[in-house]
Design a protein around this ligand. Structure first.
Ligand SMILES: NC(=O)c1ccc[n+]([C@@H]2O[C@H](COP(=O)([O-])OP(=O)(O)OC[C@H]3O[C@@H](n4cnc5c(N)ncnc54)[C@H](OP(=O)(O)O)[C@@H]3O)[C@@H](O)[C@H]2O)c1
Length: 278
């Protein structure tokens, strides 16, 4: 027995072809991942599909480059024998979240995993943010996740589902140009609180606090974080490492973990001290 079950115990797919244990661990389960047409979210979506789940990929803006990337990811997953749909979802708009969850339900009929991955924030000190930027910060990175949780509860309750929030080291360490960190810290508290308030509904809530990944947001972050690129290469993570931790938290082996945010950062935070990098 390993994380995915016995390697010798081969199941079959919808056409009766043998499927290895890893590709069956989430067979007939449905994962909804916010902000998943690119970056870490797309790796999480791919990994769920590799584990046999049906995947709901979401993009924020209609007809932008993210929509094109989302469509490509859906095609890629279906070419590999999986099932994926792309739905539009701006998490900062409750109506949009409601519609996206209802589209997912209409298509797949159930929901097992809600992955709160989407994020967007300016890189500048929090005290310099304009009112509009502050409202966007909170609407997207706090309220947006709560909207997703609220709308998913009726479906997750039926499947004893799981919620995983994607946090970052900004929740614990100071960075002058990272107001998103305060939202991540607030959400880590929400992870703890919802893990208890949703206990009776048998919905498990946890988080993954990831280290540095060279995605689109990193390209902007490095402009504001002098010295960051002097970090040794082996402290930068692959997005798949965060995806693997999410898969672990959604799988049976994590059943004893509740309300926790696991740090998955290759040990970067063991020695992270901002002034050293200035
Ligand atoms: N990169 C890192 O070093 C790092 C480290 C630790 C944790 N994280 C966390 O991991 C997650 C993904 O990061 P990333 O680096 O992959 O980010 P990214 O490349 O900037 O992608 C952000 C994603 O969030 C989506 N998004 C933004 N605003 C949204 C909204 N209002 N509604 C719905 N979706 C929205 C974007 O959608 P569109 O493409 O449609 O705009 C995009 O798919 C974030 O929570 C981030 O804080 C990142």
């Amino acid at each position: 027995m390993n994380l995915y079950g016995s390697e010798n115990d081969l199941g079959v797919d919808r056409d009766g072809k043998p499927v290895p244990a890893k590709n069956r661990v989430f067979q007939n389960r449905v994962a909804f991942i916010t902000g998943s047409s690119r970056g870490i979210g797309s790796s999480i979506a791919r990994e769920f599909a590799h584990c046999g789940a049906d995947v709901v990929i979401t993009n924020r803006k209609r007809s932008g480059s993210s929509e094109a990337k989302g469509k490509k990811l859906c095609e890629e997953i279906s070419e590999e024998g999986g099932r994926a749909i792309l739905v539009n979802c701006d998490i900062s708009q409750k109506k949009s979240v409601k519609k996206a969850i209802s589209d997912a339900k209409a298509h797949f009929g159930r929901l097992d995993f809600l992955i709160l991955n989407a994020a967007r924030a300016p890189f500048k000190p929090i005290e310099t943010l304009f009112e509009r930027e502050l409202k966007d910060l909170v609407n997207t990175n706090y309220l947006g996740h709560i909207f997703c949780i609220q709308e998913s509860i009726p479906l997750l309750e039926k499947t004893q589902g799981k919620i995983v929030f994607i946090s970052s080291l900004g929740s614990r360490f100071y960075n002058p140009s990272y107001p998103l960190g305060s939202m991540k810290a607030a959400m880590e508290s929400v992870v703890r609180d919802c893990s208890e308030s949703l206990r009776e509904k048998k919905i498990l809530v946890n988080g993954v606090c990831g280290g540095l990944v060279k995605t689109d947001s990193f390209k902007t972050m490095r402009l504001y974080w002098e010295g960051i690129e002097q970090l040794p290469d082996d402290l930068f993570m692959e997005p798949e490492e965060i995806a693997d931790a999410v898969i672990f938290l959604c799988g049976p082996a994590s059943r004893g973990i509740r309300g926790q945010t696991l740090v998955v950062d290759r040990g970067l935070s063991n020695s992270l001290f901002y002034p050293v990098l200035q």
